[in-house]
Design a protein around this ligand. Structure first.
Ligand SMILES: Cc1cc2nc3c(=O)[nH]c(=O)nc-3n(C[C@H](O)[C@H](O)[C@H](O)COP(=O)(O)O)c2cc1C
Length: 320
């Protein structure tokens, strides 16, 4: 997710589940071709497995970007066919490509030809008036015919004029049934459902109808829900790290990164929701928000925030 799942966030999220697949923010093929690709692709093996999401519609450029992504060590490449922003539309990629299945198939083909890691697609259930099952089936069929076997489907259509990207994640209604229909239609494909999923535990039953689940906003805003994933989805019995253990680990990471010149707030901003819904969650958030920008603050800010939560929890236990 743009501006959210950067490399620091992915290091943090990886502390919560060893097995889930993480995704980068979308990076355009043009940025990779003409920009500082080394910087754009920089990440740490401790984030793995990670999919690199690429936005674009020019097959040669997409193939070039794919090669860079594989060389940089990513485990999967994902083509963005879901972003509705006007900037993306004017570049002729993102959700508007749902109307151009042959272009997507060509991009897929050009990319998969030059890499050994899987290339996958993230799309919507439709765009504007093209929101019937038949159009979606035609899109999937065309891209699958080029060899693509994994589709992550955001169970909402995109409305390309009049709605902001944020509204396009809220206003068009969720239609999970449409995604299930796609899976029934293409049982051989790997279909992953996305949109509005808040809790991995209650979403588990979706796996009777599709092959995987992608969680976006809730994973960022309430990240500790991810700590149940290794047990629920991967059958691993090892106990997840507690929220406090996660803080200790992330604080070590922050210390290393500060030494390399990374600004503190680029790392602390991702953990504000760690105690969401818990006693002390609000003071944790407030403390970090108010103190991160202080130029004297360092990684000890995390340990101080941890103490504040512990004290709030002790106080609450005494009163109950
Ligand atoms: C801030 C933000 C940035 C996003 N950026 C991307 C992106 O770069 N690529 C993408 O495929 N989806 C992006 N999305 C959409 C999410 O991946 C997801 O499809 C959408 O939020 C619905 O899932 P959710 O209800 O679990 O959040 C973004 C969402 C948010 C909130």
């Amino acid at each position: 997710m743009m501006d959210w799942t950067d490399r620091h966030d992915r290091v943090f999220l990886r502390l919560l589940s060893k097995n889930m697949l993480l995704y980068t923010e979308m990076i355009t093929s043009k940025a990779l071709k003409f920009g500082d690709s080394k910087k754009l692709l920089a990440h740490s093996p401790r984030e793995h497995p990670v999919a690199l999401q690429i936005g674009g519609s020019e097959p040669h450029e997409m193939a070039y970007a794919a090669q860079l992504g594989e060389d940089a060590g990513y485990q999967e490449l994902n083509i963005n066919v879901g972003c509705p922003s006007s900037r993306v539309q004017s570049g002729m990629f993102g959700a508007c490509l749902m109307r151009e299945p042959h272009t997507v198939a060509e991009c897929f083909h050009a990319m998969q030809k030059v890499v050994n890691i899987p290339v996958t697609i993230k799309c919507r259930i439709g765009v504007d008036e093209n929101d019937d099952l038949e159009s979606l089936v035609t899109f999937i069929d065309t891209v699958a015919s080029a060899g693509c076997s994994t589709f992550i489907i955001h169970a909402r259509k995109a409305i390309l004029s009049g709605l902001s990207p944020k509204e396009n994640r809220e206003i068009p209604p969720l239609n999970y049934e449409r995604v299930y229909e796609v899976k029934r239609h293409f049982p051989q494909l790997h279909i992953i459902i996305n949109g509005g999923i808040k809790d991995p535990k209650s979403a588990l039953s979706m796996l009777e109808k599709v092959d995987g689940i992608m969680v976006g906003r809730e994973a960022y805003q309430n990240p500790y829900i991810l700590s149940a994933i290794d047990r629920l989805y991967y059958g691993k019995e090892q106990k997840p790290l507690s929220r406090f253990d996660v803080l200790d680990e992330y604080s070590n990471y922050i210390q290393q990164q500060l030494a390399q010149g990374v600004a503190l707030q680029h790392m602390t901003r991702h953990i504000l929701g760690l105690f969401k819904g818990e006693i002390g969650g609000k003071v944790f958030r407030r403390f970090l928000s108010e103190n991160t920008h202080n130029k004297n603050s360092g990684s000890e800010i995390i340990l101080n925030a941890k103490k504040i939560v512990m004290n709030a929890q002790k106080k609450s236990a005494l009163h109950s």
